[in-house]
Design a binder for this molecule. Sequence first.
Ligand code: BTN
Length: 225
Amino acid sequence: MNCIHFDEIDSTNKYLKDNFETLENFTFVSTDYQSSGKGRENRVWLSKKFENLLFSILIKDKLLLKKFNVLSIGTATLIARFLELKGLKNVSVKWPNDVYVNDKKICGILLEGNVDKFLAIGVGLNVNQTLFDGDYRVNPTSMKTELKEDVNLESLEVELFEFIFKHINQKLFTKKTYDFLNSHNYLLNKKVKAGNITGIVNGITKEFELLIGDVPINSLEILIL
Ligand code: BTN
């Protein structure tokens, strides 16, 4: 594992996209503040300075690149497991890439890159921020809001990077993750729309697709109805 930290940067995902050729597989790049943090669907990712974890992981390993369609959900599952280990209750994974606690979003993941060469897994985890005064599509929460105590950001970062580094391999895409997802599926039994498919979420398949009715979905934005 190689770690790089910036006091401030436009976006850690962009840094990896600009520099992937010279950086090694499993480079973790983190920052205290992003001036141009990117969310999914061209949204912005807002995060107050020194309050949260903002980082991206560079993936160049050929076998992991082949798992590009399940890398987001795999990483979201790891973060949800980590948050449970840290004592958070009611943690769930919102397929395909968010982590929720008590119906609020605590972590978002943005996967970018070119599957033939590299992927940047960008993670924004709300840690000590308790005032969210921007424009949020879903209600945000943070570890501090849920645990009702301050979290040491530096040691959390070290622990989380080690946890991800230890578990982000082919074994991640096996039964343990499948079982965790099915017991922590935020969308379970909710009515959703994905493209032109509308229905009730019945679970997650062994291939980590979302099951809407009996239709497996693997790459669309999900709207809760
Ligand atoms: C989402 O919309 O839920 C995804 C948010 C991803 C935010 C992270 S923060 C670190 C990395 N750099 C970015 O610009 N975005 C991701």
